[in-house]
Design a binder for this molecule. Sequence first.
Ligand code: HXC
Length: 510
Amino acid sequence: MQDILDQLEARRAEARKGGGDKRIDSQHAKGKLTARERLELLLDPGSFEEFDMFVKHRSTDFGMDEKHFPGDGVVTGWGTINGRKTFVYAQDFTVFGGSLSETHAQKICKVQRMALKQGAPIIGLNDSGGARIQEGVAALAGYTDVFQNNIIASGVIPQISVIMGPSAGGAVYSPALTDFIFMVRDSSYMFLTGPDVLKTVTNEIVTAEELGGAKTHTTKSSVADGAFDNDMEALAEIRRLFDFLPLNNRDGVPVRTFFDKHDRIDNSLDTLVPENPNLPYDMKELIAKIADEGDFYEIQADFAKNILTGFIRMEGQTIGVVGNQPMVLAGCIDSDASRKAARFVRFCDCFNIPLLTLVDVPGFLPGTAQEFGGVIKHGAKLLYAYGEATVPKVTVITRKAYGGAYCVMSPKHLGGDINYAWPTAQIAVMGAKGAVEILHRKDLGDAEKTAEHIADYEEKFLSPFRAAERGYIDEVIQPRSTRKRVTRAFALLKDKNLSNPWKKHSNLPL
Ligand code: HXC
């Protein structure tokens, strides 16, 4: 009997070694942890339950029948993060470069299906040389099975991808179908076709880092939602993000113990907006001052910085925040900002996370680059996302809400539930100077008359009161009491029950 028990332990020890000590050393030398080391850091200590540890590939071509590693290059199972369950898979680069074979794909598909059945998130730690070259179409089929599961799980359970090494070719599309992609700086990259192919086909010479490193994907392409300095930081930050997310689309938003007064008054907010309307201020300061304990988990912090997206908590409950950032492009909305915010709003809506929108926007960014780049369609994505969202929606206009941008930023007319404005708000079709240049063109040569027209326009329209008179603003509030007013609004909206008419699915402007 003892022999059999020992045999099991010996088999387990062999599987835990992955591709062997030499390859593990090589992984460490690159500054990367192994798949199992990563899972240990991601999950609560002792909570990981592994599945399919002894799975082997079935390939016989190219001498593969001689080469077997138990587990076949991916470690799968489930565990907990701060006590809440999650399914996981971690590709093991020490086994055939983490490449995806038929059986490797089957292991991932198994945990994907289990996650969906159990209503628990799935986190994939990707470190793979792509399709297992020796397997041909069987590997391609395996990839596509994984993609199909990603698609079916979308909007049902949160799916998170962390890129912790290469992710080339087919390996990029499963992450691209998930809710969030995070990367590790200097050791991860993602591209469809690598530098060598580019050199041959397009004569472009780039490094892997330039083509698909974390900087490229967090600042240029927006493929990735964030980047971290090393494996340890990345895994700690994924744990932090996980705490904000519901387990599935029916479970409800997590509510955590909080130590901040819900009615905390912050007098410094009364002077946050500068007297000169052309001067910027940092919208992140407002977010930090109204969030529980000032905690803000920013998503896509380095892309389209003219709009801010991320998670905070109010009275312990997760809230998705979208805010214009006057520090960048004066807070104007452009194509990139529209896409970034629209995707975030849709994520929050499918997982029932209430939305707080902080508005200070002088309009859409003008220019041929924007028009040729399809700002009409991209702007419509944000409009659509807000109009379709049925979660509680609270809006605070701090300063400018001009033109089409007023219409986009979660106004009453797109189903905003509680819409507040600060006394410094200016809700109008456009700024005073622009309006006077159109309405009083004939007086433009007369500086005195123009100044009078501007003053007149400012008094009439550049305040929150015209909108408040019509009920488009529910109340003009003191900046210092924003946290109190917003937390009470979300408390009121806890029982909101709204659904859109039945449809197969919407046809949002992709
Ligand atoms: C089988 C692979 C492999 C693969 C790497 N290995 N990629 N085995 N299939 N796709 C193996 C290597 O043979 C090696 O085995 C070990 O993994 C480590 O690889 P190295 O090359 O030594 O590591 P490194 O120098 O760090 O380079 C990593 C790499 C490189 C950049 C990922 O291995 C590489 O370019 N691999 C091929 C990438 C690729 O073209 N994949 C197919 C994409 S097409 P040993 O035994 O020596 O340790 C695709 C289509 C899918 O994915 C489309 C679906 C829609």
